[in-house]
Write a protein that binds this ligand. Structure first.
Ligand SMILES: NC(=[NH2+])NCCC[C@H](N)C(=O)O
Ligand SMILES: [Mn+2]
Ligand SMILES: [Mn+2]
Length: 349
Protein backbone atom coordinates (compact mmCIF):
# COMPACT_ATOMS: atom_id res chain seq x y z
CA UNK A 1 0.00 0.00 0.00
CA UNK A 2 1.34 3.39 -0.92
CA UNK A 3 2.24 5.90 1.72
CA UNK A 4 -0.44 8.56 1.65
CA UNK A 5 -1.89 11.32 3.77
CA UNK A 6 -0.23 14.08 5.76
CA UNK A 7 3.02 12.25 6.46
CA UNK A 8 3.70 11.45 2.83
CA UNK A 9 2.81 15.02 1.90
CA UNK A 10 5.22 16.30 4.49
CA UNK A 11 7.97 14.09 3.10
CA UNK A 12 7.24 15.10 -0.44
CA UNK A 13 7.17 18.79 0.35
CA UNK A 14 10.75 18.37 1.58
CA UNK A 15 11.78 16.52 -1.57
CA UNK A 16 10.93 19.47 -3.75
CA UNK A 17 9.94 17.86 -7.03
CA UNK A 18 9.22 20.64 -9.55
CA UNK A 19 5.90 19.20 -10.59
CA UNK A 20 4.64 19.10 -7.04
CA UNK A 21 6.60 21.71 -5.23
CA UNK A 22 4.57 24.87 -5.05
CA UNK A 23 1.30 23.26 -5.89
CA UNK A 24 -0.31 23.26 -2.53
CA UNK A 25 -0.45 27.01 -2.13
CA UNK A 26 -1.76 28.25 -5.40
CA UNK A 27 -4.87 27.29 -7.33
CA UNK A 28 -5.62 28.55 -10.82
CA UNK A 29 -9.09 28.43 -12.37
CA UNK A 30 -9.48 28.33 -16.13
CA UNK A 31 -12.83 28.45 -17.95
CA UNK A 32 -13.22 26.56 -21.22
CA UNK A 33 -16.59 27.54 -22.71
CA UNK A 34 -16.75 24.98 -25.49
CA UNK A 35 -19.44 22.64 -26.82
CA UNK A 36 -18.40 21.26 -30.20
CA UNK A 37 -17.35 17.89 -28.81
CA UNK A 38 -21.03 17.01 -28.85
CA UNK A 39 -24.21 18.25 -30.50
CA UNK A 40 -26.17 19.89 -27.73
CA UNK A 41 -25.77 23.63 -27.23
CA UNK A 42 -25.44 25.15 -23.78
CA UNK A 43 -22.51 23.29 -22.24
CA UNK A 44 -20.33 26.27 -23.23
CA UNK A 45 -22.12 28.15 -20.41
CA UNK A 46 -20.76 25.68 -17.84
CA UNK A 47 -17.92 27.92 -16.63
CA UNK A 48 -20.29 30.84 -16.05
CA UNK A 49 -22.83 28.89 -13.99
CA UNK A 50 -20.13 27.19 -11.93
CA UNK A 51 -18.55 30.56 -11.16
CA UNK A 52 -21.99 32.07 -10.45
CA UNK A 53 -22.61 29.26 -7.96
CA UNK A 54 -19.80 30.74 -5.88
CA UNK A 55 -16.72 28.80 -6.91
CA UNK A 56 -14.11 31.49 -6.33
CA UNK A 57 -15.50 32.46 -2.91
CA UNK A 58 -15.56 28.83 -1.85
CA UNK A 59 -11.96 28.27 -2.89
CA UNK A 60 -10.86 31.50 -1.22
CA UNK A 61 -12.20 30.01 2.01
CA UNK A 62 -9.52 27.32 1.73
CA UNK A 63 -5.91 28.31 2.35
CA UNK A 64 -4.85 29.01 -1.20
CA UNK A 65 -4.11 32.04 -3.25
CA UNK A 66 -6.62 31.85 -6.08
CA UNK A 67 -5.73 32.95 -9.57
CA UNK A 68 -8.73 33.22 -11.84
CA UNK A 69 -7.43 33.10 -15.40
CA UNK A 70 -10.87 33.86 -16.82
CA UNK A 71 -12.21 32.00 -19.86
CA UNK A 72 -10.39 30.94 -22.99
CA UNK A 73 -11.68 32.43 -26.21
CA UNK A 74 -12.32 29.67 -28.72
CA UNK A 75 -12.70 30.07 -32.44
CA UNK A 76 -15.28 28.04 -34.25
CA UNK A 77 -13.93 27.02 -37.64
CA UNK A 78 -16.53 27.67 -40.34
CA UNK A 79 -15.90 24.95 -42.86
CA UNK A 80 -15.40 21.99 -40.59
CA UNK A 81 -16.76 18.96 -42.40
CA UNK A 82 -16.94 15.65 -40.52
CA UNK A 83 -13.93 13.37 -40.92
CA UNK A 84 -15.15 9.80 -41.19
CA UNK A 85 -18.07 10.28 -38.79
CA UNK A 86 -16.18 12.60 -36.40
CA UNK A 87 -18.02 15.89 -35.92
CA UNK A 88 -16.23 19.30 -35.91
CA UNK A 89 -12.74 17.79 -35.89
CA UNK A 90 -10.80 20.99 -36.71
CA UNK A 91 -12.75 23.12 -34.24
CA UNK A 92 -12.31 20.58 -31.43
CA UNK A 93 -8.64 20.08 -32.36
CA UNK A 94 -7.88 23.82 -32.31
CA UNK A 95 -9.74 24.35 -29.01
CA UNK A 96 -7.81 21.54 -27.38
CA UNK A 97 -4.51 22.85 -28.64
CA UNK A 98 -5.33 26.13 -26.91
CA UNK A 99 -6.39 24.34 -23.70
CA UNK A 100 -3.21 22.30 -23.76
CA UNK A 101 -1.00 25.38 -23.97
CA UNK A 102 -2.87 27.17 -21.19
CA UNK A 103 -2.83 24.15 -18.86
CA UNK A 104 0.84 23.54 -19.51
CA UNK A 105 1.74 27.15 -18.70
CA UNK A 106 -0.38 27.20 -15.54
CA UNK A 107 1.13 23.95 -14.23
CA UNK A 108 4.59 25.14 -15.25
CA UNK A 109 3.98 28.30 -13.21
CA UNK A 110 3.35 26.12 -10.15
CA UNK A 111 -0.43 26.26 -9.89
CA UNK A 112 -2.83 23.44 -9.18
CA UNK A 113 -5.25 23.94 -12.04
CA UNK A 114 -9.03 23.63 -12.19
CA UNK A 115 -10.40 23.54 -15.73
CA UNK A 116 -14.11 24.29 -16.05
CA UNK A 117 -15.80 22.83 -19.14
CA UNK A 118 -17.32 22.75 -21.52
CA UNK A 119 -17.75 19.27 -22.86
CA UNK A 120 -15.44 16.36 -22.09
CA UNK A 121 -13.54 16.52 -25.39
CA UNK A 122 -11.58 19.30 -23.62
CA UNK A 123 -9.78 16.67 -21.58
CA UNK A 124 -7.66 15.91 -24.65
CA UNK A 125 -5.99 19.31 -24.27
CA UNK A 126 -6.14 19.45 -20.52
CA UNK A 127 -4.43 16.11 -19.92
CA UNK A 128 -1.98 16.67 -22.81
CA UNK A 129 -0.95 20.08 -21.42
CA UNK A 130 -0.57 18.59 -17.96
CA UNK A 131 1.52 15.72 -19.35
CA UNK A 132 3.86 18.20 -21.04
CA UNK A 133 4.87 19.42 -17.58
CA UNK A 134 4.39 16.16 -15.68
CA UNK A 135 5.06 13.23 -18.02
CA UNK A 136 4.60 10.71 -15.23
CA UNK A 137 1.07 11.80 -14.32
CA UNK A 138 -1.78 9.37 -13.72
CA UNK A 139 -5.40 9.89 -14.69
CA UNK A 140 -8.56 9.29 -12.66
CA UNK A 141 -11.65 9.49 -14.88
CA UNK A 142 -14.91 9.81 -12.94
CA UNK A 143 -17.78 9.41 -15.38
CA UNK A 144 -20.85 7.41 -16.38
CA UNK A 145 -19.04 6.89 -19.70
CA UNK A 146 -15.62 5.57 -20.63
CA UNK A 147 -15.09 8.20 -23.39
CA UNK A 148 -12.63 5.85 -25.06
CA UNK A 149 -14.31 5.35 -28.42
CA UNK A 150 -12.16 5.60 -31.51
CA UNK A 151 -13.65 7.23 -34.63
CA UNK A 152 -14.40 3.69 -35.84
CA UNK A 153 -16.16 2.51 -32.70
CA UNK A 154 -18.00 5.74 -31.85
CA UNK A 155 -21.77 5.38 -32.17
CA UNK A 156 -22.26 9.16 -32.29
CA UNK A 157 -19.20 10.73 -33.93
CA UNK A 158 -19.05 13.07 -30.93
CA UNK A 159 -15.52 13.78 -29.77
CA UNK A 160 -16.58 14.06 -26.11
CA UNK A 161 -17.03 10.28 -26.28
CA UNK A 162 -13.45 9.79 -27.56
CA UNK A 163 -10.91 11.86 -25.57
CA UNK A 164 -9.17 8.95 -23.83
CA UNK A 165 -8.49 7.25 -27.18
CA UNK A 166 -6.28 10.23 -28.12
CA UNK A 167 -4.17 9.78 -25.00
CA UNK A 168 -3.34 6.07 -24.96
CA UNK A 169 -0.19 4.83 -26.64
CA UNK A 170 -1.74 1.38 -27.03
CA UNK A 171 -4.48 2.81 -29.26
CA UNK A 172 -2.14 4.72 -31.55
CA UNK A 173 -2.64 2.41 -34.56
CA UNK A 174 -6.41 2.51 -34.11
CA UNK A 175 -6.49 6.30 -34.38
CA UNK A 176 -6.60 7.77 -37.87
CA UNK A 177 -5.02 11.17 -38.61
CA UNK A 178 -7.94 13.38 -37.71
CA UNK A 179 -7.68 16.93 -39.05
CA UNK A 180 -7.03 19.40 -36.22
CA UNK A 181 -5.06 16.97 -34.04
CA UNK A 182 -1.61 16.86 -35.59
CA UNK A 183 -0.30 18.82 -32.55
CA UNK A 184 -0.82 15.91 -30.14
CA UNK A 185 0.59 12.41 -29.73
CA UNK A 186 -0.48 9.74 -27.22
CA UNK A 187 1.34 10.06 -23.91
CA UNK A 188 -0.32 7.64 -21.45
CA UNK A 189 -0.31 3.88 -21.04
CA UNK A 190 -3.33 1.89 -19.97
CA UNK A 191 -1.77 1.35 -16.53
CA UNK A 192 -1.81 5.09 -15.86
CA UNK A 193 -5.61 5.31 -15.92
CA UNK A 194 -8.49 4.33 -13.63
CA UNK A 195 -12.21 4.83 -14.24
CA UNK A 196 -14.84 5.23 -11.53
CA UNK A 197 -18.62 5.39 -11.98
CA UNK A 198 -19.04 3.70 -15.36
CA UNK A 199 -22.49 2.43 -16.34
CA UNK A 200 -22.90 3.19 -20.05
CA UNK A 201 -20.10 1.56 -22.00
CA UNK A 202 -20.37 1.10 -25.78
CA UNK A 203 -19.46 -2.33 -27.22
CA UNK A 204 -16.26 -1.06 -28.86
CA UNK A 205 -15.26 0.62 -25.61
CA UNK A 206 -15.85 -2.55 -23.63
CA UNK A 207 -13.59 -4.39 -26.02
CA UNK A 208 -10.82 -1.79 -25.56
CA UNK A 209 -11.13 -1.77 -21.75
CA UNK A 210 -10.83 -5.56 -21.61
CA UNK A 211 -8.20 -5.84 -24.32
CA UNK A 212 -5.90 -3.30 -22.65
CA UNK A 213 -6.66 -4.50 -19.12
CA UNK A 214 -7.65 -1.03 -17.96
CA UNK A 215 -8.62 -0.76 -14.30
CA UNK A 216 -12.23 0.37 -14.07
CA UNK A 217 -14.94 0.46 -11.45
CA UNK A 218 -18.50 0.44 -12.73
CA UNK A 219 -21.42 1.45 -10.54
CA UNK A 220 -21.94 -2.25 -9.96
CA UNK A 221 -18.41 -2.39 -8.53
CA UNK A 222 -19.22 0.60 -6.34
CA UNK A 223 -22.33 -1.27 -5.11
CA UNK A 224 -20.39 -4.45 -4.55
CA UNK A 225 -17.20 -3.13 -2.95
CA UNK A 226 -18.29 0.18 -1.48
CA UNK A 227 -16.65 3.46 -2.42
CA UNK A 228 -14.03 3.21 0.31
CA UNK A 229 -12.60 -0.04 -1.10
CA UNK A 230 -12.90 1.27 -4.67
CA UNK A 231 -10.73 4.26 -3.79
CA UNK A 232 -8.23 2.14 -1.93
CA UNK A 233 -7.74 -0.18 -4.91
CA UNK A 234 -7.81 2.67 -7.44
CA UNK A 235 -5.17 4.75 -5.66
CA UNK A 236 -3.06 1.71 -4.93
CA UNK A 237 -3.17 0.75 -8.61
CA UNK A 238 -1.92 4.18 -9.65
CA UNK A 239 0.41 5.13 -6.82
CA UNK A 240 1.86 2.02 -5.21
CA UNK A 241 4.83 1.85 -7.57
CA UNK A 242 5.55 5.55 -7.24
CA UNK A 243 3.94 8.74 -6.05
CA UNK A 244 3.08 10.90 -9.02
CA UNK A 245 0.87 13.83 -10.00
CA UNK A 246 -2.83 13.10 -10.38
CA UNK A 247 -5.06 14.42 -13.11
CA UNK A 248 -8.72 14.13 -12.09
CA UNK A 249 -11.16 14.38 -14.98
CA UNK A 250 -14.62 14.64 -13.42
CA UNK A 251 -17.68 14.46 -15.66
CA UNK A 252 -20.68 15.69 -13.69
CA UNK A 253 -22.79 12.93 -15.28
CA UNK A 254 -20.96 10.46 -13.01
CA UNK A 255 -23.49 11.58 -10.41
CA UNK A 256 -27.01 10.28 -10.42
CA UNK A 257 -29.24 12.46 -12.64
CA UNK A 258 -31.39 13.24 -9.61
CA UNK A 259 -28.38 15.20 -8.27
CA UNK A 260 -26.89 16.47 -11.55
CA UNK A 261 -29.80 16.83 -13.98
CA UNK A 262 -28.32 19.66 -16.09
CA UNK A 263 -26.07 17.58 -18.31
CA UNK A 264 -26.18 16.27 -21.87
CA UNK A 265 -25.93 12.50 -21.47
CA UNK A 266 -27.45 11.58 -18.10
CA UNK A 267 -27.54 7.91 -17.11
CA UNK A 268 -29.60 6.54 -14.23
CA UNK A 269 -27.99 4.81 -11.29
CA UNK A 270 -25.07 7.16 -10.71
CA UNK A 271 -22.94 8.17 -7.75
CA UNK A 272 -24.59 9.45 -4.63
CA UNK A 273 -23.50 12.81 -3.25
CA UNK A 274 -21.52 11.08 -0.52
CA UNK A 275 -19.77 8.69 -2.91
CA UNK A 276 -18.75 11.58 -5.17
CA UNK A 277 -17.43 13.64 -2.29
CA UNK A 278 -15.61 10.64 -0.80
CA UNK A 279 -13.80 10.14 -4.12
CA UNK A 280 -12.58 13.72 -4.14
CA UNK A 281 -11.66 13.72 -0.44
CA UNK A 282 -9.49 10.66 -0.97
CA UNK A 283 -7.84 12.25 -3.98
CA UNK A 284 -7.12 15.38 -1.98
CA UNK A 285 -5.68 13.28 0.84
CA UNK A 286 -3.00 11.90 -1.46
CA UNK A 287 -1.55 15.42 -1.68
CA UNK A 288 -0.93 14.71 -5.36
CA UNK A 289 -3.79 16.41 -7.19
CA UNK A 290 -2.22 18.55 -9.88
CA UNK A 291 -4.97 19.29 -12.42
CA UNK A 292 -8.70 18.67 -12.40
CA UNK A 293 -11.39 19.06 -15.04
CA UNK A 294 -15.04 19.58 -14.14
CA UNK A 295 -17.04 19.12 -17.33
CA UNK A 296 -20.46 18.63 -18.91
CA UNK A 297 -22.53 21.05 -16.80
CA UNK A 298 -25.14 22.25 -19.31
CA UNK A 299 -27.43 24.93 -17.86
CA UNK A 300 -29.80 24.85 -20.84
CA UNK A 301 -30.74 21.25 -20.09
CA UNK A 302 -32.04 21.63 -16.54
CA UNK A 303 -35.84 21.30 -16.35
CA UNK A 304 -35.97 24.50 -14.26
CA UNK A 305 -33.59 27.00 -12.64
CA UNK A 306 -33.43 24.90 -9.47
CA UNK A 307 -32.17 21.89 -11.43
CA UNK A 308 -29.42 24.02 -12.99
CA UNK A 309 -28.48 25.55 -9.65
CA UNK A 310 -28.32 22.11 -8.00
CA UNK A 311 -25.96 20.84 -10.71
CA UNK A 312 -23.73 23.91 -10.52
CA UNK A 313 -23.58 23.81 -6.70
CA UNK A 314 -22.66 20.14 -6.88
CA UNK A 315 -19.83 21.02 -9.27
CA UNK A 316 -18.58 23.62 -6.77
CA UNK A 317 -18.75 21.04 -3.95
CA UNK A 318 -16.75 18.54 -5.99
CA UNK A 319 -14.05 21.08 -6.79
CA UNK A 320 -13.84 22.41 -3.22
CA UNK A 321 -13.64 18.89 -1.84
CA UNK A 322 -10.89 17.95 -4.31
CA UNK A 323 -8.96 20.93 -3.01
CA UNK A 324 -9.33 20.11 0.65
CA UNK A 325 -12.70 21.22 1.92
CA UNK A 326 -13.59 18.62 4.52
CA UNK A 327 -16.77 17.41 6.11
CA UNK A 328 -15.12 17.81 9.49
CA UNK A 329 -15.19 21.56 9.18
CA UNK A 330 -11.59 22.47 9.87
CA UNK A 331 -9.00 21.78 7.23
CA UNK A 332 -5.95 19.70 8.01
CA UNK A 333 -2.99 21.79 6.90
CA UNK A 334 0.04 20.01 8.28
CA UNK A 335 2.16 20.46 5.16
CA UNK A 336 0.88 23.77 4.04
CA UNK A 337 2.46 27.07 4.58
CA UNK A 338 -0.35 29.25 3.42
CA UNK A 339 0.50 32.66 2.16
CA UNK A 340 -3.17 33.50 2.33
CA UNK A 341 -3.95 35.99 -0.37
CA UNK A 342 -7.62 36.54 -0.97
CA UNK A 343 -6.91 38.16 -4.29
CA UNK A 344 -8.53 36.97 -7.45
CA UNK A 345 -6.29 37.78 -10.34
CA UNK A 346 -7.00 38.03 -14.02
CA UNK A 347 -3.91 36.65 -15.67
CA UNK A 348 -3.44 36.20 -19.35
CA UNK A 349 -2.37 32.71 -20.31
N1 LIG B 1 -18.45 13.00 -22.04
C1 LIG B 1 -19.61 12.39 -22.26
N2 LIG B 1 -20.68 12.80 -21.65
N3 LIG B 1 -19.60 11.41 -23.13
C2 LIG B 1 -20.77 10.68 -23.54
C3 LIG B 1 -20.42 9.66 -24.59
C4 LIG B 1 -21.60 8.89 -25.07
C5 LIG B 1 -21.28 7.79 -26.07
N4 LIG B 1 -20.50 6.74 -25.46
C6 LIG B 1 -20.55 8.34 -27.30
O1 LIG B 1 -19.41 8.02 -27.52
O2 LIG B 1 -21.12 9.12 -28.02
MN1 LIG C 1 -20.17 11.17 -19.18
MN1 LIG D 1 -17.28 12.18 -20.03
Amino acid sequence: MALRGPLSRLLRSQLGHTCQQSRAQSVAVLGAPFSRGQKRGGVEHGPKVIRDAGLIDRLSGLDYSIHDFGDLNFHYIEKDEPYMDVKFPRTVGAANKMVSGAVSRAVGAGHTLVMLGGDHSLAIGSVAGHAQQCPDLCLIWVDAHADINTPMSSPSGNLHGQPVAFMLKELQDKMPDIPGFSWTKPFLTSRDLVYIGLRDIDPGEHHILKDLGIQYFTMRDVDRLGIQRVMEVALDHLLSRKQRPIHLSFDVDAFDPSLAPATGTPVNGGLTYREGIYITEEIHNTGLLSVMDLVEVNPTLGANPEAVQATALLAVDVIASSLGQTREGARASIDQNPSVKDDTEQLCL
